[in-house]
Design a protein around this ligand. Sequence first.
Ligand code: SF4
Length: 385
Amino acid sequence: MDASLRQDIEDKVAHGERLTYDDGVALYECDDLMWLGSLAHAVRTRLNGDRVMFNVNRHLNLTNVCVASCAYCSFQRKPGEKDAYTMRVEEAVRLASAMVGEGLTELHVVNGLHPTLPWRYYPRVLRELKAALPGVALKCFTATEIHFFEKLSGLPASEVLDELIDAGLESLTGGGAEIFDWEIRQQIVDHDTHWEDWSRIHRLAHSKGLRTPATMLYGHIEQPRHRVDHVLRLRELQDETGGFAVFIPLRYQHDRDGDPRNTLQSRTTMATGAEALKTFAVSRLLFDNVPHVKNFWVMHGLSTAQLSLSFGADDLDGSVVEYKITHDADRFGTPSTMTRDDLCELIRDAGFTPVERNTRYEVIRTYDGPVPLAERRAEPQPVWA
Ligand code: SF4
């Protein structure tokens, strides 16, 4: 990057001025990782101080049966496949109830697009879950699922959302976004929920008082310019609604055992750690009106997750178990669950103060901050994968 553009971007960041599409592309072309990190860290510190938020959550997938075959997805099964499953309502409640304990505050529920389950199943599951776990926030369904429910029920999204909210829905999930640019999207997404419907449904959710996450699946066949375009579309929608609580870059995952359902594997590799840090930094700089940037550590590994906290991220999700949509986490040497103590230690070890939050990003508890490195070196330290 030439010196004058570099100075121009530094000045904009220092004065809180908005970066352009061309700035975003130029930032991705820059290999001075520490410079990118220092700019993003300044913004992250201005917005969130030295806090790193986390929550105590669990993931539940009601069914892996899906009519779509998205190219990156090894979770989906077709009806009748031997390991296809669909939970009865009672089974979902029993499994979720077994997850309570250790101060669970959020249940994250996403599912395949099941061709024959009736629409009534979904509000019923929510009602039963809410009755069994009244203190747990239900963060459920991607915009893709809501769009699918419209077709299933014959109801407009507004009525679908009203019924789900009445049944206990507190937030949508941020999935289904992947990469919005059609040049890429048509090669990786195998359903008909694209930017127009994804943004329509989140806009509607925001108008009903829900705050939602937004995601981006990166590190596959897209180019950096597609990531810039993706974030700027979300930034524009955020200008309009202010309803996005957090932005979550998700790193595309290979399956180590070569699951044939993940057809992207023959065309691409995963983003490196450096590319991941750059993506966090540029996202933080471009998406200037979203309060938080989250690292879903299951997709990045714990060491990269720690480093990302100095590259724009200020939120770690979470004490997850059983994350299945894109990979089996254990095969990457990354644990499939972290306790509250593990998360606090991970955050402190990276030099930040852990803050437990709820689904609405309200503070539940602030924990002790980091101990200076010189003091910690006297003790054996945990090694994070
Ligand atoms: S990503 Fe979702 S919609 Fe696409 S195939 Fe997988 S489960 Fe189905």
